[in-house]
Design a protein. Structure first.
Length: 321
């Protein structure tokens, strides 16, 4: 649902020389600068009767008309969705998210998300941004997440995440036989053409991923991964950039590859694995109240474990054959 509201303004002399978007951000503090910029770009703002660009300067006395179109935001509602709560106290909640569960509502996923489940589990989370969620996992990535349960904890966890003081380790199965581990330091940004994808690009945001080889198979590798940064799709993008995409990744995995001579069990396991083979297995942080160092681990879900077992059995069969 949309609502329309028109603002008629005069630029005060004190704002002469500012960019149009910056001046309007000061005159209309109830709106974000990004929203104001979008209105200017779409022609919903006029200066002295003419459309302008966000970067154009304004002068005292300029007449501004803003045709504000505002999307009505519906607050997420509590929903009785099962949660695997690993730890909970008055300050934090640690959950083991299953694959297939979206973290918070968005386009195409208005409800049945982790945020809806958290609001049912702890109704008092409603007073926190996104019910206390301070980081996310992709829909089809399973594993551990920490959620703030108080304002103070939220502030501390956001700071700890930005300061890279929260340990996040993953396990993954990728295509190709790696010879060892390494470090990827490549910036990530939105793909220039396919807007649902991310990509390594020179003008992207800094992103650092560490990976180590846990077990090598004939045509796949089982790896441990640790994040320094937390960019969207970071592990998936970096492993694909290495030309070792994650098994089952629908965005970055490319065409399904079955190793020559693979047995029926391995072929079936690879064909049936339709999500990225990625699990957040270890989470470590300092408790926001006590400062105590805390670590949690979560075993891989059944589908991931079955894929790994099929790869191990295939490798053993080839070695003994």
């Amino acid at each position: 649902m949309q609502t329309h509201r028109q603002h008629e303004l005069r630029i005060p002399d004190a704002l002469t020389g500012l960019r149009l978007d910056a001046a309007l951000a000061q005159l209309l503090p109830e709106y974000s600068r990004s929203r104001i910029k979008a209105w200017i770009v779409s022609g919903q703002v006029t200066v002295n009767g003419a459309a302008c660009k966000p970067r154009e300067t304004v002068h005292g006395g300029d007449a501004i008309v803003v045709d504000a179109v505002i999307e009505t935001v519906v607050a997420p509602r509590p929903q009785a969705i099962a949660l695997d709560v690993v730890f909970a106290d008055e300050s934090i909640i640690v959950v083991n998210k299953p694959a297939g569960l979206v973290v918070h509502p968005g386009a195409g996923n208005p409800d049945r998300t982790l945020q809806n489940a958290l609001l049912h589990y702890r109704p008092d989370l409603a007073h926190l941004p996104r019910a206390g969620i301070v980081h996310r996992l992709d829909k089809d990535t399973s594993g551990l997440m920490v959620v703030a349960a108080s304002v103070a904890a939220h502030t501390e966890l956001v700071s700890a995440m930005a300061g890279r003081r929260i340990v996040r380790e993953y396990e993954a199965v990728c295509v190709g036989a790696l010879t060892g581990g390494g470090r990827v330091d490549q910036p990530i940004g939105r793909h220039p053409v396919e807007r649902t994808r991310m990509a390594v690009r020179r003008d992207g945001r800094a992103a650092v991923t560490h990976y180590r080889l846990r077990q090598r198979f004939r045509a796949h590798s089982y790896v441990g991964v640790r994040l320094e940064t937390g960019r969207t799709h970071q592990i998936r993008v970096h492993m694909a950039w290495l030309r070792h995409p994650l098994v089952g990744d629908p965005l970055y995995g490319g065409r399904l590859q079955i190793p020559a001579g693979a047995g029926a069990d391995l072929e079936a396991a690879l064909r049936s694995f339709r999500r990225q083979a990625l699990h957040a297995c270890r989470l470590g942080l300092s408790h926001p109240d006590s400062g105590e160092e805390m670590i949690w681990t979560a075993p891989a879900p059944a589908d991931f474990a079955a894929l790994l077992e099929a790869l191990q059995q295939d490798s053993a069969a080839r070695a003994s054959g």
